[in-house]
Design a protein around this ligand. Structure first.
Ligand code: IVH
Length: 676
C-alpha cells in the first residue's frame, strides 16, 4: 500500500467509525454489529501502525488515551462561562419572569425550559471541523485544558460534518451516568477506596485525572446546551430552540427534552412535568433551567457580574429516603461541642450515597426520639448536608436502644459540661469538652484557621492538619509558621512536593487581609461578616485589641454579646501569646479595608436594607453602590437602619421600616442619594 492509498483508506475508515459512534452513542441506534465495528477499528489501527504519520487528533484511535499528562494547561475562555441564579419556589420563578418583563417592556417573551444536568460545565472548541480543545469552567474566566480526557467520551464528535463553521465553540455538561456511578462506587468499595459522594464529584474527579487511559474507563457522557463563539457568524442561530436543533445536526447530544413556553403558567407546568420524568434520564437532574429563547432579547436583558438576567435555575426540593441507624458516634468540634453523628446503613438520596448525618445535639435526639436500630427518614437536596427528618415508628421492633451521652470527652477523656450557649444555641443544650487542649479542639481550631473562608492556606486540608497535630508538631496556628520542610515531608503519604506546596501556602497567608486573620482566630460570634466590619473600623489588630466596649458597640454589626466575646478572647494570656507569635512570624496585622474607608465617604456609617424588586437595578448592583460609597447592607430592618430602599412587591421589611420611622427610598431617590 502506498502512503496515498493508506491515507485515503484511513480517512474512509475513520469517517465510518465516526458515523457508527454517533449512531450508537448519540442516537442509540447502531447500524452495524459489534464484531463488524471491531473489524473496522482494527483495520484502522493496522494502518496507523504501518503509517504512524496518519494518526491525527480526530482519529478514533485517540479515544482510548495515551501516555499520562504531566499537568493541565490553563486556557482562557473566549467568553466567560457564567453561572445561573437559583430559585426554589414557583413564586420566585414568577418574580423572575416579571423582572425580565420589566427589563423588556412591550416585548412578547418566549421561554424554553431545559433539564439542569448535574455535572461539570465544559466548553468544546472545533477548529476546521476538528475537535481542537476542551476546557473546564474553572473560575469562569480560565479553565483547565482537558482535551485528551474529553476525547475519550464517545458521544463527543471528533470531527464535525461538512458545512460546519470554521470555528465553533459549544458548551455543555459532562456527567457520569447514574448506573455508571453506582457501579464505579461498588468497584471502589471492593478495592477499599473511598466511594464518591455523588455523581457530580465522581465526574469532576474523573476529568481531573492526568492518566487519560483511566479516564477512558469511566462511564462519562455529555449533554450540549449552548454555543459560544461561532465563526463566521451564523445569522440564523438567533434562538435557543434553533441552536439546539442545529447542535443535533452537528452530531451533538442535546437535552433529553425541552419545553417551549409562552407564559409563567406554562413554565410551571413544564417544570412540574420535568420533575416527574427526570428520574428516567441517564443523568442526575437537580432542577430546570429557564431561558429566554430569543438571543436578541437576551442581549438587551444583559448580565449581572455573575449570571445572565435572561435565565434562571429552578431547583427541586430535597429528596427523602429511609435507612437504618446502625450506631451513634460523637464528634468533638473546635469549640469543644460534642455533636452526635448518625452512622447509617448507606442509602442513595438525591444522587449521593449517604452513610452519615448530623443529629445536632441531645435535645434534638430526644425530641425526635431517635434510638439505635431505628429506621429513619433522611433528606437531602443536591449538595446540602443530609438531615434526619423523623423516625418511622411503624418499623420499630422494640429492640431499639436509647443512646446514652458520655460524661467524658471521647477524644481526651476530660469532663464535659452543659455550657452556656454559643452562637444561636440556647444555654445548656450542647455538651462541651472542658479541656481547651483537647486534641479535637486543637485540630478544629487549626483547620478553621486554614480554611478557604479564613486564611485560605493552600495544601492545608483537614487530613494534613490532623497528622500535624497527632505528630505533636503544632498546637496552635502560630506553630504552623515554625514548620520545616523535613518535618512536613516526613509525614505519612506526604511527598516533598506537597510539603513545599503547603509551606508556600503558609508563606502566602502572611499577607492575607486582616479580616481573614480575625475570622481565622475562631472567636465566638465573630463570623466573616463581623470580621470584615471590624477590619473596616480598625486600622490594625492592635487598634482592635485596644478598643473599648463603647467603640466596639458603635459598629452597627457589633452588639454587647460580640463585644464581650472579643474582650474575653483578648484578655486570655494564651491568646495574647498566640498573637505575639503570629506577629513575630510576620503575619499582616494591618487592615486594607480600613484605609479604603479612612476618608469618610458619602455613606460612611450608614446602614441600608434592600427589599422588593427595583425597576432597573438588581439587588447586587444596588448593594455594590452602597458598599463602594462606604455604606453597609443589612438583611433586616432595625432601629439602626438608616435607609430602606424599596421596590415592587416589598413586604414585611417595608412595613417594619414604616413602623420604626426609617427613611424609605424608591430607586430614583436612592440613585439621587448616590449622587447619580
Ligand atoms: S445554561 C450563563 N443550561 O448549571 C450560564 N446550564 O448554575 C448558562 N447547567 O454552569 C448555563 N444544565 O454548568 C445551562 N441546560 C442547562 C444546564 C446548565 C446544567 C449547569 C451549568 C452552569 C450551571 C449554572
Amino acid at each position: 500500500m502506498t502512503l496515498t492509498e493508506a491515507q485515503t483508506l484511513h480517512f474512509e475508515l475513520a469517517a465510518q467509525i465516526w458515523q457508527h459512534d454517533h449512531a450508537y452513542y448519540n442516537l442509540a441506534n447502531p447500524a452495524i454489529t459489534d464484531p463488524e465495528y471491531d473489524r473496522l477499528y482494527r483495520r484502522l489501527l493496522d494502518i496507523e501502525k504501518e503509517f504512524p504519520d496518519l494518526i491525527t487528533a480526530d482519529s478514533p484511535s485517540q479515544r482510548v488515551g495515551g501516555a499520562p499528562l504531566k499537568e493541565f494547561k490553563s486556557v482562557q475562555h473566549l467568553n466567560p462561562m457564567l453561572s445561573l441564579d437559583n430559585t426554589y419556589s414557583e413564586n420566585e420563578l414568577r418574580e423572575f419572569v416579571s423582572r425580565v418583563r420589566r427589563l423588556l417592556p412591550g416585548e412578547s417573551l418566549d421561554w424554553i425550559v431545559e433539564p439542569k444536568v448535574d455535572g461539570v460545565a465544559i466548553s468544546l472548541r472545533y477548529e476546521n471541523r476538528v475537535f481542537a480543545i476542551g476546557v473546564t469552567r474553572g473560575d469562569g474566566t480560565t479553565g483547565d485544558d482537558i482535551t485528551a480526557n474529553l476525547r475519550t467520551i464517545r458521544s463527543i464528535p471528533l470531527r464535525l460534518p461538512d458545512g460546519a463553521p470554521n470555528m465553533i465553540e459549544v458548551r455543555g455538561e459532562v456527567y457520569l451516568t447514574r448506573t455508571g456511578f453506582a457501579k464505579l462506587n461498588d468497584d471502589r468499595i471492593a478495592l477499599g477506596e473511598p466511594p464518591f459522594a455523588n455523581p457530580r464529584n465522581a465526574a469532576t474527579g474523573s476529568l481531573k485525572q492526568l492518566d487519560t487511559r483511566a479516564v477512558a474507563k469511566r462511564p462519562l457522557d455529555i449533554v450540549i446546551y449552548g454555543v459560544g463563539v461561532v465563526e463566521p457568524k451564523q445569522q440564523d442561530l438567533d434562538r435557543q430552540a434553533v441552536v439546539l436543533e442545529y447542535l443535533k445536526t452537528l452530531g451533538f447530544k442535546t437535552p433529553e427534552r425541552t419545553w417551549p413556553c409562552h407564559s409563567p403558567d406554562l413554565l410551571i407546568d413544564a417544570i412540574r412535568e420535568l420533575d416527574e420524568i427526570r428520574h428516567s434520564f441517564p443523568y442526575e437532574t437537580d432542577g430546570a433551567v429557564i431561558k429566554l429563547d430569543s438571543f436578541l432579547l437576551r442581549e438587551r436583558a444583559g448580565f449581572t457580574a455573575k449570571s445572565p438576567r435572561w435565565a434562571i435555575a429552578f431547583k427541586y426540593a430535597a429528596e427523602q429516603a429511609e435507612t437504618k441507624l446502625k450506631a451513634v458516634t460523637i464528634q468533638v468540634g473546635r469549640t469543644g461541642a460534642l455533636t452526635p453523628v448518625a452512622e447509617l446503613e448507606p442509602v442513595l438520596v438525591a444522587g449521593s450515597t449517604v452513610s452519615r448525618a448530623t443529629l445536632h445535639n441531645e435535645e434534638e435526639m430526644r425530641r425526635k426520639d431517635i434510638r439505635i436500630g431505628d429506621t429513619l427518614v433522611i433528606e437531602k437536596a443536591g449538595e446540602v448536608i443530609p438531615a434526619v427528618v423523623s423516625v418511622v415508628l411503624s418499623k420499630r421492633s422494640g429492640n431499639e436502644k436509647l443512646f446514652l451521652f458520655p460524661n467524658k470527652c471521647p477524644e481526651c477523656e476530660a469532663k464535659v459540661s452543659r455550657s452556656i450557649g454559643q452562637g444561636d444555641e440556647p444555654s445548656g443544650v450542647v455538651l462541651r469538652c472542658t479541656n481547651s487542649d483537647c486534641p479535637a479542639q486543637v485540630r478544629g481550631r487549626i483547620e478553621h484557621w486554614c480554611r478557604r473562608g479564613a486564611m485560605d492556606i493552600e495544601g492545608g486540608g483537614d487530613v494534613l492538619i490532623g497528622q500535624l497535630v497527632r505528630a505533636g508538631l503544632v498546637r496552635n496556628a502560630a506553630d504552623l509558621y515554625t514548620l520545616r520542610l523535613d518535618q512536613v515531608a516526613g509525614l505519612e503519604r506526604m511527598g516533598e512536593k506537597s510539603a513545599l506546596n503547603f509551606l508556600h501556602g503558609l508563606e502566602a497567608s502572611k499577607q492575607r487581609d486582616l479580616w481573614r486573620l480575625i475570622f481565622g482566630l475562631g472567636i465566638f460570634h465573630v463570623g466573616t461578616g463581623v470580621a470584615k466590619s471590624l477590619a473596616r473600623n480598625f486600622a490594625s489588630l492592635d487598634d482592635l485589641r485596644r478598643a473599648s466596649r463603647e467603640q466596639l458597640t458603635e459598629i452597627s454589626e457589633v452588639g454587647d454579646v460580640i463585644a464581650a466575646s472579643l474582650a474575653q478572647w483578648f484578655a486570655d494570656p494564651r491568646n495574647q501569646e498566640l498573637l505575639e507569635r503570629l506577629r513575630e512570624a510576620g503575619l499582616n496585622f494591618q487592615s486594607s479595608l480600613h484605609t479604603v474607608t479612612a476618608a469618610p465617604k458619602r455613606f460612611s456609617g450608614k446602614t441600608f436594607v434592600l427589599t422588593g424588586t427595583l425597576p432597573s437595578l438588581s439587588r447586587d448592583e444596588a448593594a455594590a453602590r452602597i458598599e463602594s460609597l462606604g455604606g453597609k447592607v443589612s438583611g433586616s430592618v432595625s432601629k439602626k437602619t438608616d435607609y430602606v430602599v424599596a421596590g415592587d412587591e416589598a413586604g414585611s421589611k417595608l412595613e417594619k421600616a414604616q413602623k420604626l420611622g426609617v427613611s424609605i427610598l424608591d430607586e430614583a431617590e436612592f440613585l439621587k442619594l448616590c449622587g447619580e
